[in-house]
Design a protein around this ligand. Sequence first.
Ligand code: NDP
Length: 323
Amino acid sequence: MGQAYVIEIAETGGVDVLRRKARDPRPPGPGEALVRQTAIGLNFIDTYHRTGLYPVKMPFVPGSEGAGIVDAIGEGVTGLRPGDRVAYLGAGTYATHYTGAAASMVRLPDGISEATAAATLLKGLTAWMLLFEVRRILPGDTALVWAPVGGVGSLLVPWAASMGARVIAVTSTPEKAEEARALGASETLLSGTDVAAGVRELTGGVGVDVSYDSVGRASAQASLDSLRPRGWWVSYGNASGAVEPIAPGLLAAKGSLVLTRPTLFSFLGEDGGMARGTAALFGALRTGAIEARIGQRFGLDDVAAAHTAIESGTTRGATLILP
Ligand code: NDP
């Protein structure tokens, strides 16, 4: 690797606001570790920071997760040593190096590569949150899963299926529908069609127990119309834009529905969430219930192209950014 650098944004906008800046790594302070990054996971949230959908303080280095080799540790760090392989969630990972709290870094077990960790940590913990913490999925449940072959979706579909759920996947093209079936979906619907009508037909008029909806604005109505009475609309993303507000009375009228809008960070901070989530995630990877599906790789210098790709809906599985 050559000179140390970060990718920074000074203003919100299109992909051209992502700019390379030379920056020496920050030495680790007490309780911190400095990591030479070898793989960075691209997440849709990085585009929300860039466009301003989720406001951040400028200038801002995007990037929400990474993995690499510990280069140096600060005073008082006992759990990590230089040379250890680690992964972490953290702000500002679009960079050759990352300095952060050692306690927030997960040492990678044998058999889990840095690429696998960067491809699955944030997205796999999101799938864990959806299936285990928000609402426990049960054998026999029927789940509608939107964007089933994307970063989160390609982990959510097989994991839900491995737990005995019937997965109905909604995606944009017949090719992606075929991939969703290969991942474990029982049935598929195309998002350009009347999804709620398709769901009714597939479920004998009943509807699904839960809709895992990451598409947002464009899928909200279909999610609501696809649920059985007391079903759960788990709205966890905005790939097509933010969902319009809805009146609580609508949930009553449709049969005591539950609407929740979970965000991963509320599930990690308390009650050992991070330890529980990573144990479940690495366990599922090791048993083969799920696998890292790295669909594309981009150089850190070329991160603008990675944003263009994920925003155009053409990516499959996880996207890695390589410093
Ligand atoms: P994905 O790889 O799933 O990419 C987005 C996918 O959304 C596309 O491939 C496409 O799939 C679908 N899509 C539908 N409409 C659009 C549109 N207008 N523009 C772009 N894509 C569209 O991304 P990630 O796995 O990184 O993230 C998935 C979602 O999960 C995001 O909305 C993200 O914000 C959310 N998320 C939420 C978290 C939380 O804590 N709540 C944590 C992590 C992620 P298709 O062609 O199949 O429709």
